[in-house]
Design a protein around this ligand. Structure first.
Ligand code: HEC
Length: 170
């Protein structure tokens, strides 16, 4: 149990470099201890550990490309349930799957990019993990787009530039 807890903490905290080696001993335990000792200081983590490090906040800077990718991936993976605009009314929901909370209700306004990345990574309640299908950088892209969707539905009209405002008010 304690071991499971450590492994979980380790997944959440970015990687297992900090995981304490097992008690020095013989056989398998010893080999494991030695492999920890053999890692030179400052080595670049690779494989899973590297991927986990990419999940740490603050994540990549928000650029036009990141946003475009996020939109595209959101539409593929998330909109079937969360809806294209994030109201929790996607086609899967229309066919009977439990509706997620709309991203636009007050309670969801403090949703952070990091939290969205965490939910994509680990799942949440009825929602399964997408860790197998969406690589870390794309999780940040999607998370950024979710924040943009929220902003798009709550931005005060009088703060829009004139040309955009006339389009919205039409
Ligand atoms: C199969 C339907 C489905 C898909 C696809 C789906 N979700 Fe969800 N999502 C849900 C449901 C249902 C909940 C609410 C779960 C619950 O309350 O048990 C949820 C909850 C969430 C939450 C809220 C977590 C919180 O703390 O309240 C976030 C954020 C989220 N999903 C993001 C995403 C993103 C991003 C994607 C695409 C990568 C995605 N979801 C794909 C069904 C889905």
């Amino acid at each position: 149990m304690k071991r499971a807890a450590t492994a979980m903490a380790c997944v959440l905290l970015a990687g297992c470099d900090a995981m304490p080696p097992a008690r020095p001993g013989t056989g398998a335990t010893r080999a494991r201890t030695e492999s920890y000792v053999a890692v030179p200081p400052g080595s670049v983590p690779r494989g899973t550990t590297g991927a986990l490090a990419q999940l740490l906040p603050p994540g990549p800077p928000i650029t036009r490309e990141l946003m475009a990718r996020g939109r595209e991936r959101y539409d593929v993976f998330c909109s079937p349930c969360h809806g294209r605009a994030g109201y929790g009314d996607g086609v899967v929901v229309q066919r009977g799957f439990t509706a997620p909370l709309s991203f636009h209700v007050d309670r969801q306004q403090d949703l952070t990019r990091a939290r969205v990345v965490e939910v994509i990574t680990s799942g949440f309640g009825l929602m399964l993990s997408f860790a197998e299908r969406i690589p870390p950088q794309e999780r940040w892209a999607i998370a950024s787009y979710v924040k943009a969707l929220q902003l798009s539905q709550s931005f005060p009209i009088d703060r829009l530039p004139d040309d955009l405002r006339s389009q919205v008010e039409r």
